[in-house]
Design a protein around this ligand. Structure first.
Ligand code: S3P
Length: 176
């Protein structure tokens, strides 16, 4: 029986806010991968990207995902690129139901426009175009990984959490 929920999806789809609330409602532990990666590296994510490069970041992400994936009774907010390495999803799937949060490129741009400093991939000359290109490339990875999919564009945090709780109830093999 799976007892974790792993939230995947692009930056700005609400993984962190939804994850915190969902964990509280289901009485599970909330875990976010990005801060654990920062702890392991001893530096911030923008520093990892600028000093060591994206590949080094992805290697740390693989290590941290492996450690967290084995735990039980957790809501795990993954970084937007966790799906890029299949090994992450294979490991997460063992104990986690995978919930994919989506949002339109326009909404993602709105939600992320204030914190480009924290998200090195969006620190681009044309963030709107970057979002569209990354989304186009990543969509099949997200789709393939997802057990449950929720479009968050028109929903607030409470409504997303409510939908997740409703949908996981139908899922055999998951213990909420
Ligand atoms: C990334 C998303 C970020 C963070 C890093 C890379 C991505 O996490 O892991 O900047 O590749 O989409 P959030 O999705 O929590 O912003």
């Amino acid at each position: 029986m799976k007892t974790n929920i792993a939230l995947i999806g692009f930056m700005g789809t609400g993984k962190t806010a939804v994850g915190q609330d969902l964990a509280e409602k289901l009485d599970k532990k909330f875990i976010e991968l990005d801060p654990l990666i920062e702890q392991k590296a001893g530096k911030t994510i923008p520093e990892i990207f600028s000093q060591d490069g994206e590949i080094a970041f992805r290697e740390l992400e693989i290590e941290v995902t492996k450690e967290v994936a084995e735990g039980k009774n957790q809501v795990i907010a993954c970084g937007g690129g966790v799906v890029l390495n299949k090994i992450n999803i294979d490991r997460l799937r063992k104990e986690s139901l995978i919930v994919y949060l989506t949002a339109s490129p326009k909404i993602i741009l709105e939600r992320t426009s204030n914190d480009a400093e924290e998200r090195p991939l969006l620190k681009a000359a044309n963030p709107s175009l970057t979002i569209q290109e990354l989304l186009r490339f990543r969509k099949p990875f997200y789709e393939r990984a997802a057990d449950i999919k929720i479009n968050t564009s028109k929903l607030d945090i409470d409504a997303v959490v409510e939908q997740i709780i409703m949908k996981i109830k139908d899922n055999e093999g998951f213990n909420s």
